[in-house]
Design a binder for this molecule. Structure first.
Ligand code: AP5
Length: 223
């Protein structure tokens, strides 16, 4: 399943909840890059200058990274993609990798919200660098200020969450990533739209309803 949507719309927030409920793996390219950066690997050092400027890391790097992750997911285990694909080159590469692995995208969930909602959320975001949980000083604060509810790690405000960088990330989303909605609409993948500007729990219920609706149902299982 792909969670698609602009920066700050709630892909990470919803992805964590979905993966927990459905026992799925998450492939979160932003988190993978931030970990590589924290570890000072060559990938992390290369990625840093793009991320700090709000630009996309080159497709070749991202495609190789995601392929490696996908190959380590156990057969039959579902995957939530968050932050990938982001360009038509990445979308095509993902299809190729999935075909090689005998797998396919079942759902694309498009989360939507206006820019002013996104900018406020990003300003208030605090993230756990360990488990990827996200909080917000305005709407979803941690139980203990500054500490992750799940593993008590100190929360951080991301370097690329400064207003000027956020503006660039939004521009890039509209220019390069939003067109992927049409790409998937024209394929045989189910594409559903969920408002991202509702409460976290309501967005989560809406996503789960969409998944239930779009998942083929075997009536013999009801007996
Ligand atoms: P990435 O980390 O993927 O950032 P993003 O896509 O810009 O998305 P965000 O993480 O900002 O937002 P989100 O939608 O996950 O929202 P969240 O749940 O956190 O990418 C960062 C950078 O890495 C890119 O700019 C690029 O340089 C590079 N990169 C990554 N992938 C790449 C790729 N494939 N190719 C090339 N480069 C790549 O929520 C935001 C805040 O709002 C939180 O505080 C949360 O608590 C709050 N919130 C969430 N939902 C709600 C709600 N319903 N109500 C109120 N508050 C809410």
């Amino acid at each position: 399943m792909i969670l698609l949507g602009p920066p700050g719309v709630g892909k990470g927030t919803q992805g964590v909840l979905l993966a927990d409920v459905h026992g799925m793996s998450r492939i979160v390219t932003g988190d993978l890059l931030r970990s590589a950066r924290a570890e000072g690997t060559p990938l992390g050092l290369e990625a840093q200058r793009y991320m700090d400027a709000g630009e996309l890391v080159p497709d070749g790097v991202m495609n190789a990274l995601v392929k490696e992750c996908l190959e380590s997911v156990p057969d039959g285990r579902g995957v939530v993609f968050d932050g990938f694909p982001r360009t038509d080159v990445q979308a095509t590469a993902l299809q190729g990798t999935l075909e090689e692995l005998g797998r396919a995208i079942d759902h694309v969930i498009v989360l939507e919200a206006e820019n002013d909602v996104l900018v406020r959320r990003i300003a208030g975001r605090r993230s756990c660098p360990e488990c990827g949980c996200v909080f917000n000083v305005y709407s979803n604060s941690a139980e203990q200020e500054g500490l992750c509810d799940r593993d008590q790690s100190p929360l951080v405000h991301r370097a690329d969450d400064e207003p000027e960088t956020v503006r660039r990330r939004l521009e890039i989303y509209h220019e390069l990533t939003e067109p992927l909605i049409a790409f998937y609409e024209q394929s045989d993948v189910s594409v559903s739209y969920v408002p991202g500007d509702q409460a976290v729990e309501d967005a989560q219920s809406a996503i789960r309803s969409v998944i239930l609706l779009m998942t083929p149902h075997d009536p013999s299982e009801d007996a």
